[in-house]
Design a protein around this ligand. Structure first.
Ligand SMILES: Nc1ncnc2c1ncn2[C@@H]1O[C@H](COP(=O)(O)OP(=O)(O)OP(=O)(O)O)[C@@H](O)[C@H]1O
Ligand SMILES: O=C(O)[C@H](O)[C@@H](O)[C@H](O)[C@H](O)CO
Length: 186
C-alpha cells in the first residue's frame, strides 16, 4: 500500500491539505498532531521548541501506526517531519543512532512519498497569526525553519509552494501520484 507524508513547518498547511487529499483519494488520514503527548503540547504552547528527545517517542508511535495501517490501506499522514532522521524513523530507513531507538521492522514494499509544503516565513507567519484555537504559537515558527532539513535523494518527494490555494495543491499532489504510476487501489 502507499504512504504519502505531507510535511513542513507549523502553519504550512499539513492538516488542511492532508485531510482534503485523503478525502479526495478515499485514503486513511492521520494527523501527527493528534499523537503529541500532553507534555509536548504544553511545551510548544509555552513557546519552547521540541527537542529530538521530545520527538522520538512521538515518531516511534507514528511509525507503528503507519506500519500496521499500510498492511491494509493507503495512508496520508500530515506530519512536520522536519529532519531527515525524523523521516527515516517514520519510514524506518536505517540512518543514524537516533533511529536505532525504533526497532527495525519490515516496511511495506512501496517507498513513501513526501510532499513538502514550502513557503516564506512571512506568508506562513501571517497564516499562523490568523489561525484561531490552536496550541502552537507563531513565536515558534523561526525555530521550525531553523530545524527544517530540506528533502534530498534518495527520498522521494515533491516541493509545493503554499502560495497556491489548497485545491490547486491537492490537485498537484494527485497528478504527482498518477505520474509516478502509483496504484490508487492495491
Ligand atoms: N494553501 C493555503 N492557502 C491559504 N491558507 C492556507 C493554506 N493552507 C493552510 N492554510 C491556512 O493556514 C493555517 C495553517 O494551516 P494548517 O493548520 O493546516 O497548518 P499545519 O501545517 O497543519 O500547522 P501545524 O503543524 O501547526 O498543525 C490554517 O488557518 C489554514 O486554514
Ligand atoms: O515537530 C514539531 O515541532 C511539531 O510537530 C510542529 O512542527 C507541529 O507543527 C506542531 O505539532 C504544532 O501543530
Amino acid at each position: 500500500m502507499v504512504l504519502v507524508v505531507v510535511m513542513g513547518v507549523s502553519g504550512s498547511g499539513k492538516s488542511t491539505v492532508g485531510s482534503l487529499l485523503a478525502k479526495k483519494l478515499g485514503w486513511k488520514f492521520y494527523d501527527a498532531d493528534d499523537y503529541h503527548s500532553d507534555g509536548n503540547k504544553l511545551k510548544m504552547a509555552k513557546g519552547i521548541p521540541l527537542t529530538d528527545q521530545d520527538r522520538i517517542p512521538w515518531l516511534g508511535e507514528l511509525h507503528k501506526i503507519i506500519r500496521e495501517g499500510l498492511s491494509s490501506e493507503n495512508i496520508v499522514l500530515a506530519c512536520s517531519a522536519l529532519k531527515r532522521v525524523y523521516r527515516d524513523i517514520l519510514t524506518n530507513e536505517e540512518s543514524t543512532a537516533l533511529s536505532q531507538e525504533v526497532k527495525k521492522d519490515e516496511m511495506p514494499p512501496s517507498r513513501p512519498f513526501f510532499v513538502h509544503l514550502d513557503g516564506s516565513m512571512e506568508l506562513i507567519l501571517q497564516r499562523l497569526e490568523k489561525r484561531k484555537g490552536h496550541f502552537m504559537p507563531s513565536a515558534l515558527l523561526q525555530s521550525q525553519f531553523d530545524t527544517l532539513e530540506p528533502l534530498s535523494a534518495p527520498e522521494h518527494f515533491i516541493i509545493i509552494n503554499v502560495e497556491k490555494n489548497v485545491l490547486d495543491i491537492v490537485s498537484e499532489i494527485e497528478r504527482m501520484l498518477v505520474k509516478s504510476n502509483l496504484e490508487y487501489l492495491q
